[in-house]
Design a protein. Sequence first.
Length: 460
Amino acid sequence: MSEEETRTGVTTVDPSTGETLSSYAFLADDALEGVLARAGSGFRSWRALSPGKRVEALRRMGQALDTHRDALALQATREMGKPIATARAEIDKCVAVIDWYADRALTLLQDRAMTPPSGDACLSYAPTGTVLAVMPWNFPFWQILRAAVPILLGGNGFLVKPAENTLGCGMSLHELAEQSGLVPAFQSVNLSREQVARVIADPRISGVTVTGSVRVGRILAGLAGQHGKKSVLELGGSDPFVVLADADLDLAVESAVAARFANCGQVCISAKRIILDAAIAPAFTEAFVERVRAIEPATPCEDDAFLGPMARLDLRDTLHAQVERSIAEGARCVLGGKTIARPGAWYEPTVLCDVTPEMTAFREELFGPVACLTVARDTGHALALANDTEYGLGASVWTRDTALGHTLARQIDAGTVSINRITASDPALPIGGTRASGFGRELTELGLHEFMNIKTIWSR
């Protein structure tokens, strides 16, 4: 349910009930200078710490997250409707990314020897400043921390604007960061859109990282570019889920349900376009529809809930309009396709069949519990359909022929391609997109080095 932006702040709403939760004032303009001053001084103090001392603070943050796991999970459930079990798993993943970097910090940050034609050389990694992060609501803890942990470990500062409808989650992270000794190197603030532009322009900000929509990402990257500042963008996706004729259908069906409907379909790397070889399309469709039919939308606080509400009422209404346009264009709605008549942002689990490339459901990202099924003539046609999109975030290929799976993975234009497994993020693997889905990488050493000065040192 949409937060109500006013001249002074925002109000968060429980999307499962429509209940008002909290109101948050935007940062006062005269207080913004104080935030930026603390960001500047905090960066200087933080970069002076040894990597070992930074790791100690990050580990304290991980311990605090683990201690407050249930309360934090409930906050995400109430602010954006995430099923409580999924929310707890999100907190666990946040702890895992801290542990991954903390365990490898000294190796990742040490100089790398090079082999010049003469003399000795190495690459040295130095922090560049404070990075502004503009983060989304669908994983209100994970998205912030997967960006923050490597940025902070590298000695940079981190100033985050959380999504407006999950501000409580972002402010809770600030409180835990303060307890852990990360503030002011880490700050979470409620900025207005106008203030975001001012922050990007400020010389104390060295770069910008954005996870969000293509429209917002391009605007913010443009502002960063005007001031010669680097940006990393992880934007929308319309990931193909390609099921070939020889696929294990039971595995593919169960995986497609999870890949499309987890987090109520509100995942950038979820399976947005299910592309089926014509030879198995009827069998897959029948099994898939029956499996989706068994999904019961449930109050997200229930431990066994799988599908809760969408995060906001305006998002629900946008999705419904996309579904209606797709049906008018010729898609066949075999399940769902309606809003649920109860308070909040509820939408029926929906399956659209006979989706073709000219339809809204194929061309646009549908960010919600709607599965779109498209039939391909053969493997070559399936590959062409997979690449027939402006996006390039993730993809998956389902086949018993592993060699063919790897061949197709190299031909699909995406930042991540999974073979016989659901596309997901993990601290041990980099993630990012191409095309309209953005540029740059998060996680692993690639994410660590994105906002560092990779310095060449060459001596005689």
